[in-house]
Design a protein. Structure first.
Length: 109
């Protein structure tokens, strides 16, 4: 003896109302499994240490009149100066845009 489908659906509907779940008789994917999970944002934010102020931040806050130094920036500029002295630095940029000569822009045959 089998139970009619309408009666089973009524039972499922009552069960969903009692236990505060979604009534989904067709089994359609709705994403409820993902929505029920705990949020990951606070855990990820707590994983990384809080950001501390850098010399660049202090310089921006107090203006260009503040005399500060940054060891990494000084090391970088010294390294670039040494490369330039040896002739290994980056080439100079062009100062003016190139001029086009009349008749030089076509294909040769």
């Amino acid at each position: 003896m089998s139970v009619p489908r309408a009666r089973l659906l009524d039972l499922m509907k009552a069960q969903c109302q009692v236990f505060a779940t979604n009534f989904n008789p067709d089994g359609v994917r709705m994403g409820n499994k993902v929505l029920r999970q705990r949020l990951r944002g606070p855990a990820l934010a707590a994983y990384y240490p809080r950001r501390v102020a850098t010399i660049k931040d202090v310089r921006q806050e107090f203006g260009p009149g503040l005399d500060t130094w940054e060891d990494t920036e000084e090391d970088r500029t010294e390294y670039i100066d040494e490369l330039k002295e040896r002739g290994k630095g980056a080439p100079k940029k062009k100062s003016a845009p190139p001029t086009t000569k009349p008749g030089a822009g076509g294909k040769r045959r």
